[in-house]
Write a protein that binds this ligand. Structure first.
Ligand code: CUA
Length: 156
């Protein structure tokens, strides 16, 4: 008999916990589906990102912009953006080298930017937003990290 006394109880407890955890995992996979995080994200080879994504600002409908930004140590490209009467801005971002963090200070626009992936985040611009907004990098990306910033200028 390999187990004795209280040992037997604890083996039972551990086995029960393992069953509960596996059941919880199976249930979550059944309810949510087995997902690869960001599985529907667009991929782009970092070496080709500049040609393929064509960084810049496009107004796709009145007040609706798509802004494509490429990050590299230690700048955003483009880093100086002007938006006229923006309502909704969809940012699409990728990085050429390491992980950067795109954050528009004073807003909830804050997304990690990975080489090889196109991150998307939409900013519903408050009606009273105007003037200059500072963009910073909030993922440490090397010696010049603290100098990696940009400006979004909103004109009403
Ligand atoms: Cu880019 Cu820190």
């Amino acid at each position: 008999m390999p187990f004795h006394g209280e040992e037997r109880i604890w083996v039972g407890v551990v086995a029960a916990m393992a069953v509960i955890f596996l059941a919880a995992l199976a249930y979550a996979a059944w309810v949510v589906g087995l997902q690869v995080p960001g599985g529907d994200v667009q991929l782009v080879e970092p070496q080709k990102a500049l040609q393929e994504l064509k960084p810049g600002v496009r107004e796709i409908a009145p007040g609706r912009y798509e802004v494509i930004i490429v990050a590299r140590m230690w700048q955003w490209f483009p880093s100086n953006i002007t938006l006229v009467n923006p309502v909704e801005v969809k940012f699409r971002l990728t990085a050429l080298d390491v992980i950067h963090g795109f954050h528009i200070v004073g807003t909830n626009v804050n997304v990690m930017v990975f080489p090889g992936y196109v991150a998307e985040i939409t900013w519903r611009v408050p009606q009273d937003a105007k003037g200059k907004y500072l963009v910073v990098c909030n993922e440490y990306c090397g010696l010049g990290h603290q100098n990696m910033y940009g400006v979004i200028n909103i004109i009403r």
